[in-house]
Write a protein that binds this ligand. Structure first.
Ligand SMILES: [Zn+2]
Length: 386
């Protein structure tokens, strides 16, 4: 039996500082449950995992099905209800106070940040993907010579006039996906940016079909974008660790960011290490020793299912309790928002209960730490209103 949540954990609204859009229609649960695709997904593989077991334990009730309903029965019921009703049911049960949505990966057909937040009864903020601003410039024909100036102006404009119409709270780098995290600490000179942009724009192979710019994977450029984000005074999110097979996971250890973290320290902008699994202990260490570094567990919370309390406890071994945040990293399925919030509340409750049992934390401290991790740390780092 799952122990009941501590009452103040159950009642505490969460700020989800890293999440993605929900599909407006359709939704193949198995295909979206974890990071596998192609031959690694399908045939029930995803459901026979801790993530799949947690999904079948907790999600069916919201569709009026018994716990542990089969994947087939679940999908059939989901299809019959329709995506809009499913989104309404799950997002309405998350207990979110605010969400910061990464709009960089939006293949079309996703609910906007405002729509998602509306269903969740939460405030909406946007996180701008740094690389997407560069790709937009390239698609518009910006050449290498003026690329650095053009990028600085475009990023400032994108932040000041957000496309989806909700305030921008931060920026995000996907360097991990493209070149790994072993980034130089040095800010590149504009001449280096021009040379790197020339190399990028001259590459023949395109990443996204006709008219799309070549795939952006250049250490100098990713690093330049990060410094431009820092110059705007915005928190910078980094994809770290776990992701789909596009990443070389061994290049996504956050310790590889150490030089850049040292260099960014004087800039005074928060650096948010996202997901981190299986390097969540390393991320906790970095959050301890660098004043501007924060960490979360992201989608690892729902991907480890009933092991979420153990993984959260490992992440918090070193991370200061004022530097750890909640995120769902939900994408596509509203169920992943729900599972993320539910399993996170279970994990946090178990963590605090263990402290209360050994009496190294008072009840008042447990309530205070809940507020910090659930929302106050995010609100402080992103300077969210309210
Ligand atoms: Zn993510």
């Amino acid at each position: 039996m799952v122990p009941p949540l501590l009452p103040f954990v159950a009642a505490q609204p969460l700020t989800d500082h890293h999440c993605h859009g929900v599909l407006r229609s359709g939704g193949d649960v198995e295909a979206l449950l974890n990071e596998a695709d192609g031959a690694a997904a399908g045939g029930g593989l995803a459901f026979d995992s801790l993530a799949g077991l947690a999904f079948r334990r907790w999600c069916p009730a919201l569709l009026d099905l018994p716990a542990h309903a089969t994947a087939e029965d679940y999908q059939a019921r989901r299809d019959a209800l329709g995506a809009a009703e499913v989104a309404r049911r799950f997002l309405g049960e998350c207990g979110l106070g605010a969400l910061c949505m990464d709009t960089g990966y939006a293949p079309g057909g996703l609910l906007s940040p405002a729509e998602t937040a509306g269903l969740a009864g939460a405030a909406a903020f946007e996180i701008v993907r740094l690389e997407q601003v560069a790709e937009t410039l390239a698609a518009a024909g910006t050449g290498p010579a003026g690329f650095a100036d053009a990028y600085r102006a475009a990023l400032a404009e994108r932040v000041a006039s957000p496309a989806p119409g909700v305030p921008v709270a931060g920026v995000k780098s996907i360097a991990a996906y493209r070149v790994g995290l072993a980034l130089d600490g040095r800010r590149p000179a504009d001449a280096e940016v021009a040379a790197a942009a020339a190399h990028w724009l001259a590459a023949g192979e395109t990443g996204g079909g006709a008219g799309a710019p070549p795939r952006l994977a250049d250490e100098t450029l990713h690093r330049f974008f990060i410094w431009c984000g820092a110059d705007l005074g915005l928190p910078i999110q980094f994809h770290v660790g776990y992701g789909d097979r596009d990443i070389d996971l061994h290049k996504c250890n956050p310790l590889l960011l150490t030089d850049l973290l040292r260099a960014l320290d004087p800039a005074g902008v928060p650096v948010m290490l996202l997901h981190n699994y299986p390097y969540h202990r390393e991320a906790g260490y970095l959050a301890q020793v660098f004043p501007h570094v924060y960490a979360d567990l992201g989608l690892a919370t729902h991907n480890v299912g009933s092991r979420a309390p153990a993984v959260l406890a490992e992440a918090l071994e070193m991370a200061p309790l004022r530097k750890f945040l909640f995120s769902s990293d939900a994408y596509g399925l509203p169920e992943l928002y729900y599972l993320g919030t539910l399993l996170f509340r279970q994990a946090l409750s178990r963590f605090l209960q263990a402290r209360l049992v050994v009496d190294d934390m008072s009840y008042a401290d447990a309530e205070r730490v809940t507020r910090l991790i659930a929302t106050d740390n995010a609100r402080r780092a992103y300077r969210l209103p309210g």
